[in-house]
Design a protein around this ligand. Structure first.
Ligand code: DC
Length: 217
């Protein structure tokens, strides 16, 4: 049984950059669970599936996470889709398919299995509340919507048609969807440490996180 660190928070809070940097320093595996929801969203988009037909097709999806040089690769039905799942269209659709109970159930087992076998830092929306309620450390990472949109915009501004206003609107829409869905909504676990990263650099937050992990080891 490995050490499990759960990081939850809204889109663009810096979860992945911070978790990735801390995992590298501590020699843990970083697991980005948003990538799993994005993969299901891509499958639905590529096959033109509505919610019902997606649920009926879940058994046709073979999803695996591979860790190459510490970096997570998502392989769906034999294809490495790591880069393909980063478009704004997939982001928005991931938020939609993540509200489907069967989709969450489908991904639950995969997440549990990875966490049981390794020392991991896993990030998502329901890791501390649902997937790993007994995690050794839980962090709820947040920042203002404007700052989160700025960070996201810097990452994707070279994609065609991307504007800051659209990124901000998408972030707010996704926050609303993620916090208001019936099943496993985004919320801070009671025993999670709240970290507001507005105005902080990735390095500053990483240092705080690494210190907290070292304290519980
Ligand atoms: O972290 P991300 O932006 O890659 O996540 C994409 C979407 O997936 C997000 O809008 C909500 C959903 N998600 C979720 O419901 N539960 C998780 N543990 C991770 C992501």
């Amino acid at each position: 049984m490995g050490i499990n660190i759960a990081i939850d928070g809204p889109a663009g809070a810096g979860k992945s950059s911070i978790a990735k940097a801390a995992a590298l320093e501590k020699g843990y595996i970083y697991v980005d669970t948003g990538a799993l929801y994005r993969s299901i969203a891509l499958f639905a988009l590529e096959n033109n599936l509505n919610n019902d037909s997606l649920v009926n097709s879940l058994d046709k999806i073979n999803l695996n996470l591979e860790f190459i040089d510490g970096s997570q690769h998502v392989v769906m039905n034999g294809e490495d889709i790591t880069d393909k799942i980063r478009t704004p269209e997939v982001s928005m659709n991931a938020s939609k398919v993540s509200a489907i109970p069967e989709v969450r159930e489908f991904l639950f087992g995969l997440q549990k299995k990875i966490a049981a076998e390794n020392n991991i830092i896993m990030d998502g929306r329901d890791i501390g509340t649902v997937v790993l309620p007994d995690a050794d450390l839980k962090i709820f990472l947040t920042a203002s919507a404007e700052e989160r949109a700025q960070r996201r915009y810097r990452e994707i501004k070279d994609m065609p048609g991307v504007t800051f206003e659209q990124v901000l609107e998408d972030i707010k829409k996704r926050d609303y969807n993620d916090m208001h869905r019936d099943i496993a909504p985004l919320k801070q676990a009671e025993d999670a440490v709240l970290l507001d990263t507005t105005g902080m650099t990735v390095d500053e937050v990483k240092t705080r996180l690494v210190k907290m992990i070292t304290e519980i080891e």
